[in-house]
Design a protein around this ligand. Structure first.
Ligand code: PEP
Ligand code: MN
Length: 352
C-alpha cells in the first residue's frame, strides 16, 4: 500500500504515518521525490482497510500497489532511479557502456582489454572470475586471483568493475573488490543469494533468467530492494525461444516494457542475446534507440583464443566502432555516453 503525503505535510505528520505502519507489523519504505513524499507500507496489506491511513493528518491519497512487486514498481517510485558509480550515474541521461572479457584469463589479457575499452569509451569493466559453465569440466574461472587482477585493472584505468557472483559463499571475498555484483541468468531466482546481496549496499546488475518472464525478473529485483539495497540495475540478455540461428532471442520489447513498469535502470547485453560478434553492434544500436540505459559487451583482445564466449566477443577495434555508433544514436535520443572520473594512468603501475 502506498500513502502519498500532501505537498505541505510536515515531518511530524510523515512520522505519525510511519509509526502507524510499524505498529501494524509492516515494513516502511520512504520515498522522498521532488514531486511528492510517498510512504510504502510493505507486507501483507490486503486485509488492512485504506481508511486506517486516509484520516491521518497530511495524507493526500492512499493507493494499493496493484503489481506483485512493490518497491520495484514505477507506481511506487515514479521517478527514474539513478545508480551512482564512479562519478557517473546509471539510469539518468547518460548511457553506461560496460565492457570486458567473458572471463578473466591472465594479467595481460585483462589489463590490455581494460585499457582498450577505456580508450574506446567504456565507463566500467566486466570480467568473470567464477563462471557458470554448462559443463563441470569447462574452465571455471580464476577465483580470487582474478579479483586481484580486476582490481589492478581498475587501478590503472579508473574503471569500476562488474563481476558475476554465483553463491553466497563468494560474498565476503567479492564485496571487498567489486563495484557491481552481476547476478547471472542462471541465478536470477537464487533467492538466498538475492537476499544476501540485499543486505549489502554494493550495486547489482541483475540479469534476466533464460526463460524468465519480465514479471519474474522484477520479483527477483524486489528481493534485493526489500533487503534495503536500492542499487539495482536490470539486464535483458536474451531469452530462449524456438529460434536457433542466434544463441538467444533479444527481447527488445523488454526495454520499453521495463521502462514503463519500473524505475530501475535497464541494460542490454547483446553479446549473450545474439551469441555472434557480427550481430552485436546492430542490436546494441537498437537497444539505445529503444530506450536502454546502457549496454554490457564482451570484448577480448584475441577472441579466437578466448576460454569462454569467444564467438560473441568483439575485438577492441570493432568495439570502438560500435561505441561511436552508439554515441550517435544516444545523441539523437538526447542522451550522451557516461564516462568515469577515476584517474587513468597506464604508466602508473609500470604497465605498458
Ligand atoms: C556472462 O555475462 O558471462 C554470463 C554468463 O551471462 P548470462 O548469465 O547472461 O548467461
Ligand atoms: Mn559470457
Amino acid at each position: 500500500m502506498m500513502i502519498i503525503m500532501k505537498a505541505n505535510a510536515t515531518p511530524q505528520e510523515v512520522e505519525a504515518v510511519i509509526e502507524q505502519i510499524k505498529g501494524m507489523g509492516l515494513a516502511v519504505h520512504l520515498s522522498q521525490g521532488v514531486e511528492a513524499t510517498i510512504i510504502g507500507a510493505i507486507g501483507e496489506t490486503h486485509s488492512i482497510p485504506m481508511e486506517r491511513f486516509e484520516g491521518l493528518d497530511g495524507v493526500d491519497i492512499v493507493q494499493r500497489i496493484t503489481q506483485p512487486y512493490k518497491l520495484a514498481s514505477r507506481q511506487f517510485h515514479p521517478e527514474d532511479s539513478l545508480i551512482s558509480l564512479d562519478g557517473f550515474n546509471v539510469g539518468g541521461n547518460e548511457i553506461a557502456i560496460i565492457a570486458g572479457p567473458c572471463s578473466v584469463e591472465s594479467r595481460s589479457q585483462i589489463i590490455e582489454t581494460a585499457i582498450a575499452v577505456k580508450e574506446a569509451g567504456a565507463c566500467a569493466l566486466r570480467g568473470g572470475v567464477f563462471k557458470p559453465r554448462t559443463s563441470p569440466y569447462a574452465f571455471q574461472g580464476l577465483g580470487e586471483e582474478g579479483l586481484e587482477l580486476l582490481a589492478e585493472a581498475r587501478e590503472i584505468t579508473g574503471l569500476p568493475i562488474v563481476v558475476e557472483i554465483m553463491s553466497q559463499v563468494q560474498l565476503d571475498v567479492m564485496v571487498k573488490y567489486v563495484d557491481v555484483f552481476q547476478v547471472g541468468a542462471r541465478n536470477m531466482q537464487n533467492f538466498n543469494l538475492l537476499r544476501a546481496i540485499g543486505e549489502t549496499r554494493t550495486a547489482v546488475l541483475l540479469k534476466r533468467g533464460l526463460s524468465a518472464t519480465i514479471e519474474e525478473l522484477l520479483m527477483s529485483a524486489e528481493y534485493v530492494l526489500a533487503g534495503g539495497n536500492q542499487r539495482v540495475m536490470l539486464c535483458e540478455r536474451g531469452i530462449r525461444t524456438f529460434e536457433t540461428s542466434t544463441r538467444n532471442t533479444t527481447d527488445i520489447n523488454a526495454i520499453p516494457v521495463l521502462k514503463h513498469l519500473t524505475h530501475l535502470p535497464v541494460i542490454l547485453d547483446p553479446s549473450h542475446s545474439t551469441g555472434h560478434a557480427d550481430y552485436v553492434a546492430a542490436i546494441a544500436r537498437a537497444a539505445i534507440a529503444a530506450g536502454a540505459d546502457g549496454l554490457i559487451i564482451e570484448v577480448h583482445p584475441d577472441p579466437a583464443k578466448a576460454v569462454s564466449d569467444g564467438k560473441q566477443s568483439l575485438k577492441p577495434e570493432k568495439f570502438a566502432e560500435m561505441v561511436k555508433q552508439v554515441g550517435q544514436i544516444a545523441q539523437i535520443m538526447g542522451r550522451s555516453l557516461a564516462s568515469v572520473q577515476g584517474e587513468y594512468s597506464p604508466l602508473k603501475q609500470g604497465w605498458a
